[in-house]
Design a protein around this ligand. Structure first.
Ligand code: ADP
Ligand code: F6P
Length: 566
C-alpha cells in the first residue's frame, strides 16, 4: 500500500495558544465560549478513543483496544500522522489527563454514569442507531436523552477546540457527534471541519421521525465536507436537506454563514467508502505463526471438511439470527453434511446494557443451544459460539482457517469484517457470502451476494460458496483483493482530507436560492422545517411527524422492522 500524503496534517506543532490558556473554551454552557488555539494540525473527534480503560480486580487500570470499525479504520491513519484524538475512554467517571500512546495524542473526554445512560446508550444507541439502520428495532425518542446528547456534544466540541492549532483540520466522526461541527464552527471559525458518518444515512421517510431532525441537520451544517459510506447515503442526506427547506445543488447545501464574506457557505456531501489497512492485514496473515495457528484452529475444530465463520459485534443489524437459521436448515436438509461442517460464530460483546442488545443476545444463545441440541455430538458442536473479543492475530488466523465468511447484515454502513477477510486471504482461498445491504457489497461485487431476508436464496448461495470449484472461488477472491488493495484505508483518508483541503472558505457558493435542480425543486419542504439553520440547540420541541407526507420515490427503504423469516 502506498503511504499517502495527507498534506502535512498531524505534525505536532509547538503550542500556539492565545489568551494565556489552552483553548479557552471551558465549562458546559454553550453560550459561554472564547476561542483559543491548541497545538495540532489534525484533530480527530470520535465518541471512543482507540483504547478502552478497564478497571482490573486489584484496583489497577489497563487499556485495551476499543471495539468496532471506526477505531480499526482510523487508528492506522492517526498512528502515521501524529494527530490528536479526542474521545471517551469507554468507562464512566473522571477522565485521565491527555497522554501520548503509539504516535497518537489521546485526549480523554469524561462521561458521567448518567451521560453514559442518556447520551451513549440512550440517544446514540437507542434512538439514532436503530433509526439510521432502517428501524430494524423500534427507536425510542426521549427529550432527556436529547438534552444529554447536546451537552455531551458540546463537551467534545470544546475539547477539540482546545487541541486544534489555528487553521487546523478537525475531522468529526459518526452519529454520536452530529452537533459537534456547528458547535465547533461557532467557537473556532478558523477551522476546516470535516464529518464522516460511519453508518447509513436513512431515507427521509425514516429520518423524518426524529423529533430533532432540524437540529441534527443544523449541527452537521457546521462542517465544510460531509462524508458518507455510499452515494445512496449522501443522496438521502441531501434529500433530507431539501425536504427541510435547505437549497442544494450538485452535491452541496448552501447555508447562511456570518463569517463568510458572502454571508453564505457551501457544505459538500459525497460518498467516501471506508476501508481497511490492507498491507498490514496481508502482512499479519502471511506470518508463519498465524498460518500455524490457522491449522491448529482447524485441528481443534476436529479437522472438518468445511469451516463457516461469522465475526461481528453482537448487534441486531448484523443478521446473526438470519444466518443461524440458514445454517440450521442446511444441516436439517443435509445439504451441509455433519459432522464434516462446523460453524464458528464470534460475537464481540457490545452495548450490553441496552435492552435490544440483551434481547438479541438471549435469542442468539437460545438458537445456538437449540441447533447444538439437535445437530451436535459429544465433543462436536455444530455451532461454536464465542462471546469474546480477540487480538488481531487470532482474528487473522480465524479468517485463514475459514472456508466461507458469512456477512448477513440487514443494514451496515460498510462492514469492515468483509474487507478484512479479503485482505487476509493472500492465498486467494476462502469465499465471502455478503449481504447486499452492506456498504461493502457495492465494491466487493464478486462476493456471493445475498439478501438475508431471503433464507432460501441465502442457503443456495452458501452452498455455492462451499461447493464451487477452487478456481472459481480464487477468481472471485482475486478480484476482491484487487479492490481492497486499490482502495485501502489510507486512500480513504487521503481522498477525504484532500477533498476537505480543496474547500476554499472565501468562495461564493452561488445564487441565493442555491439553484436547485428541477427534480430537487419539485420536492416540497415540510412546512414546519423551512427555517432550518436556527440556533436553538437546546430545543426539545417535538415538531410532530409528517408521515402523512411520505413519498416512496427512494426505493431504498429495505428491511424495515423485518423479523427473521419463518
Ligand atoms: P462495526 O463498526 O459495526 O462494529 P465493522 O465490521 O465495520 O462493524 O467493524 C468491526 C471491527 O471490529 C472489525 O475491525 C473487526 O475486526 C472487529 N471485531 C469484530 N469482532 C471482533 C472480535 N470478536 N474481537 C476483536 N475484534 C473484533
Ligand atoms: O461504526 C459504528 C460504530 O458505532 C462506531 O462508531 C463504533 O466504533 C462501533 O460502531 C462500535 O460501537 P460502540 O462504540 O458503541 O461500542
Amino acid at each position: 500500500m502506498s503511504r499517502p500524503s495527507l498534506g502535512g496534517y498531524g505534525r505536532v506543532r509547538r503550542p500556539n495558544r492565545v489568551g494565556g490558556r489552552a483553548g479557552g473554551v471551558e465549562g458546559d454552557d454553550p453560550t459561554v465560549s472564547e476561542p483559543g488555539f491548541g497545538a495540532y494540525d489534525l484533530v480527530v473527534v470520535a465518541n471512543r478513543l482507540p483504547v478502552d480503560r478497564k478497571e482490573e480486580p486489584g484496583g489497577s487500570t489497563s487499556w485495551q483496544p476499543s471495539p468496532g470499525g471506526l477505531v480499526a479504520a482510523l487508528e492506522p491513519i492517526m498512528r502515521r500522522h501524529e494527530g490528536a484524538w479526542v474521545g471517551w475512554t469507554g468507562a464512566p467517571g473522571e477522565a485521565p489527563e491527555p497522554f501520548d500512546a503509539q504516535g497518537m495524542h489521546l485526549v480523554p473526554v469524561p462521561l458521567s454514569e448518567e451521560e453514559v445512560e442518556l447520551y451513549y446508550e440512550g440517544m446514540s444507541n437507542g434512538t439514532l442507531w436503530p433509526l439510521y439502520h432502517d428501524v430494524i428495532v423500534q427507536p425510542s425518542f426521549h427529550r432527556q436523552w436529547w438534552d444529554s446528547y447536546v451537552r455531551v456534544n458540546w463537551r467534545f466540541a470544546q475539547a477539540a477546540a482546545r487541541q486544534a492549532a489555528r487553521g487546523a483540520t478537525v475531522w468529526v466522526q459518526d452519529y454520536q457527534l452530529q452537533l459537534v461541527p456547528r458547535m465547533l464552527r461557532d467557537v473556532r471559525p478558523d477551522l476546516r471541519i470535516g464529518f464522516f458518518n460511519h453508518i447509513p444515512f436513512p431515507p427521509y421517510e425514516i429520518y423524518s421521525q426524529l423529533p430533532w431532525r432540524r437540529q441534527v441537520l443544523d449541527g452537521l451544517m457546521g462542517a465544510d465536507l460531509l462524508g458518507f459510506q455510499r452515494p445512496a447515503d449522501a443522496n438521502n442526506f441531501l434529500r433530507a436537506c431539501r425536504r427541510c427547506g435547505l437549497p442544494t445543488r450538485r452535491g452541496e447545501v448552501v447555508v447562511p454563514d456570518e463569517h463568510s464574506p458572502h454571508g453564505r457557505r457551501a457544505v459538500r456531501a459525497a460518498a467516501f467508502p471506508i476501508s481497511v489497512d490492507t498491507a498490514a492485514l496481508d502482512e499479519i496473515a502471511r506470518r508463519p505463526e498465524v498460518a500455524e495457528r490457522a491449522r491448529e484452529i482447524r485441528r481443534e475444530l476436529g479437522d472438518p471438511d468445511v469451516v463457516l465463520l461469522g465475526v461481528d459485534r453482537l448487534d441486531y443489524t448484523k443478521g446473526i439470527l438470519h444466518r443461524l437459521k440458514a445454517v440450521a436448515e442446511l444441516y436439517d436438509d443435509e445439504r451441509l453434511p455433519l459432522p464434516g461442517t462446523v460453524f464458528v460464530q464470534v460475537a464481540t460483546p457490545s452495548r450490553e446494557r441496552v435492552e435490544s442488545y440483551q434481547a438479541l443476545r438471549d435469542e442468539v444463545e437460545v438458537t445456538v443451544g437449540r441447533i447444538n441440541g439437535v445437530h451436535g455430538q459429544l465433543g462436536k458442536p455444530a455451532v461454536h459460539y464465542l462471546h469474546q473479543s480477540f487480538p488481531r492475530d487470532e482474528l487473522a488466523a480465524l479468517y485463514l482457517a475459514a472456508d466461507v465468511l458469512l456477512v448477513t447484515a440487514l443494514r451496515d454502513g460498510m462492514n469492515l469484517v468483509a474487507k478484512e477477510y479479503v485482505a487476509s486471504r493472500f492465498d486467494e482461498g476462502g469465499a465471502l457470502v455478503l449481504s447486499e445491504f452492506t456498504g461493502a457489497s457495492i465494491e466487493l461485487t464478486q462476493a456471493y451476494l445475498i439478501n438475508p431476508h431471503d433464507i432460501d436464496g441465502l442457503k443456495n448461495q452458501l452452498v455455492n460458496a462451499v461447493r464451487d470449484a477452487p478456481r472459481e472461488r480464487s477468481r472471485r477472491m482475486r478480484a476482491m483483493r484487487r479492490r481492497v488493495w486499490q482502495h485501502d484505508v489510507g486512500r480513504w483518508a487521503q481522498d477525504f482530507l484532500q477533498a476537505l483541503e480543496r474547500v476554499r472558505p472565501g468562495d461564493d457558493p452561488g445564487g441565493e436560492d442555491g439553484a436547485s435542480a428541477p427534480e430537487e425543486a419539485s420536492e416540497p419542504a415540510s412546512p414546519e422545517l423551512v427555517a432550518v439553520g436556527g440556533r436553538d440547540r437546546r430545543s426539545t420541541d417535538h415538531p410532530g411527524s409528517d408521515r402523512g407526507d411520505v413519498d416512496v420515490r427512494d426505493a431504498d427503504v429495505r428491511g424495515v422492522g423485518q423479523p427473521v423469516p419463518r
